[in-house]
Structures are given as C-alpha cells and as structure tokens.
Design a protein around this ligand. Structure first.
Ligand code: ADP
Ligand code: MG
Length: 328
C-alpha cells in the first residue's frame, strides 16, 4: 500500500462531504494546498488537536472511534468559540502494522460518519509512516466578525452553565484502566468516551449570547478555572447542581471519590457564562435534544477562585484548584 493509494482510496472521497458549500474556484485534496473562500464578513477560527496511541486513547481502540474522536475534539473547540465548522485537514502518522485495508476502511468510516453529520469536507493533510500511531486534525470554522466567544469575557452576575453530564469521560477511563468494575457502568458512558458528540449546534446558539465559554476537555474544575482566571472573577458553584449520569452517581455513592468527575477530562461538554436575561432567551430556543444546567454564578474576584455550596464533606478543604488533566 503506497502513500498515494492510501490518500486516493480512503481520504480523497471524504473531500466530497459538504464541499458544495464552496465555490467553483475553491480546491480541496489533490494539489500542494487547498484553496478555500471564507464567507464575506466572517472570521476564520482555527483549532488543532493531536491524538497519540496509548496517551489520548487506550491501545486497542477501534480505528472508527479513534478517527471519530480526533475530529470530535476539534469540533468541540470550535463550538466553544461559537463557530460553525467549515472544513478540516488530517496529518496522519501511521505504523506499518496499521497500513492495511481493514484498519484504514474503519478509520475512514469513522471520519465519514462524524463529518457527514456536520457537513464538513476533509480538504488536505499529510500521510507519513512512523513507529507510533498519531493523528493531528486541524479544523476551521467561521463566525460573523467580532462574534467569537472567548474565555476572558465572564461578567459578575452571569450564570454559569454546562451542556450535559459531567464525569462520564473520567469514569470510562477509570474503568478501562481497571480501577472500577465496567459492569457497573451504563454503555452510554463508554459511547460518550469513544464517540463524544461535539456541541456544534449549541456553540452556534451561544454565539450572540454567552460572555465566555470553554469546552470541558481537561475537567470541569480546571476548565472553568481557565474562564475565571482569564476574566479576573471568581464563582459560586453549587456542587448539588452539577449534573451527573446514573453511572457517575452510583460510582460516587460507592466510592465517595467526588473529585473524579469534576477533575477528570474527556467530557466535551460546553461550560459558558451568560446574563440571566440571555439565558432565559436561550432556554426558549433550545430544541428537545439540547439541555443546559445552571451550576452557579460569577462573582467578584476573591481569594478563592471557586466558593462552593453543598460540597460533600469528604471534599471540604481538600479540593485542589486547577487539578485537571495535565500533560506534563
Ligand atoms: P505534498 O508532497 O505536496 O505535501 P502530498 O503528496 O503529501 O503532497 O499530498 C498530496 C495531496 O493529498 C495533498 O492535497 C494533501 O493535502 C493530500 N493529503 C495527503 N495526506 C492526506 C491525509 N491524511 N488526509 C487528507 N488529505 C491528504
Ligand atoms: Mg506532504
């Protein structure tokens, strides 16, 4: 299997997905570079994420899921900026043991599945051989000029929302590492871990409303901390308002390890701050499949970044600030 046959057989077909939104003078895969037009009055938003075998997904993960997750985490970053996804590129480092049809077909199918859901083409990339499977996706989206939702915009009095259950990613990993019996977990916990669904629609909906947003990839505690630090504010958070799935609830009941769901990564929910009025408007616009949960509010900067309400006794005085997933 040559580099060029891999590109032609598996990646070129993914260029067709959603490419009709570009003009006749635009170019995707096949030349030295892609040439793409951005709609007038819009800004381009660029995000990149790398996934490495054994670091960002457990060894033995299905190729479909590796590909899905690689694109999903990028789309989640775009959503957190309030951007609409437009296209993406893929730098793939492939060990010889993976350069066969069975692996590549499943991998391409994973990309096809998630990219069709959001109508975005693969417009280019690079394919190399290496000892370790690694992939870097760069995704690009756009938003009307000046409408980016940044981390630094949170205002005193804003309500703080999350888009869904917290801690499923961390619990799935805990169980895959053999630290918790996987039979205790609902399959949805592993589905969310392997095929997270990026909050693309909600991201576009908060574009005109949220003062600040981030996606929860390194844990609620750490990622909310980034918003608060960037905005020079603190927060009141009510622990009892944080939404947990039934699996996380029963994990907490049996282990009392309350730190895990708020410090573990891989949730890909959005966390955003918004005025009470804007939140009321947003709630009237949400479709049935979207929910948001208010977990607290932004307050004036104080010694503590987060002032807790209803914190479980075992966490009182023990919560390490900024204790999310760290690479180094
Ligand atoms: P060059 O040598 O000019 O860098 P390549 O031979 O690496 O070009 O790539 C040929 C074409 O295939 C380019 O358009 C490139 O963007 C595309 N391509 C290469 N690898 C991938 C990939 N993994 N996914 C998508 N497109 C790819
Ligand atoms: Mg190249």
């Amino acid at each position: 299997m040559s580099e060029f046959s891999i590109i032609d057989d598996y990646f070129k077909p993914l260029n067709q997905i959603g490419f009709e939104k570009f003009g006749s003078k635009d170019l995707g895969i096949g030349d030295d570079g892609a040439v793409l037009s951005c709609p007038a009055g819009h800004q381009l938003v660029v995000v990149t994420d790398t996934l490495i075998d054994g670091v960002h997904f457990p060894k033995g993960t299905r190729p479909f899921d590796i590909a899905w997750k690689a694109l999903a985490v990028n789309l989640s970053d775009l959503a957190a900026m309030g951007a609409e996804p437009a296209f993406y590129s893929l730098a793939l480092s492939l060990p010889k043991a993976c350069a066969h049809a069975e692996f590549l077909e499943d991998f391409a199918e994973g990309l096809r599945s998630i990219s069709s859901q959001f109508g975005i083409p693969l417009v280019g990339g690079d394919t190399t051989r290496s000892d370790c499977l690694a992939l870097t996706i760069t995704a690009q989206g756009w938003l009307p000029e000046g409408k980016a939702v940044v981390r630094s915009g949170a205002q005193v009095g804003d309500q703080i929302y999350v888009s869904g259950c917290i801690g499923d990613g961390a619990l799935a990993l805990e169980s895959l590492l053999g630290h918790y019996d996987s039979r205790q977990l609902d399959v949805s916990v592993f589905e969310k871990f392997n095929r997270p669904i990026p909050h693309v629609q909600l991201g576009c909906m908060i574009q005109n409303k949220a003062h600040a947003a981030i996606d929860i990839s390194d844990g609620l505690l750490a990622d909310l901390g980034h918003i608060l630090e960037a905005s020079d504010v603190s927060a009141h958070i009510d622990f009892s308002k944080i939404p947990f799935s039934d699996s996380v609830k029963s994990y907490l009941a049996s282990t009392e390890n309350y730190q895990l769901p708020i410090s573990g990564g891989d949730d890909y929910e959005l966390c955003f701050t918004m005025s009470v009025d804007q939140a009321e408007t947003l709630k009237t616009q949400l479709t049935d499949d979207l929910q948001i949960y208010c977990i607290g509010e932004v307050c004036k900067q104080s010694d503590e970044l987060i002032v807790w309400r209803n914190l479980p006794p075992s966490l009182q005085g023990k919560l390490k600030q900024g204790s999310g997933f760290q690479h180094f």
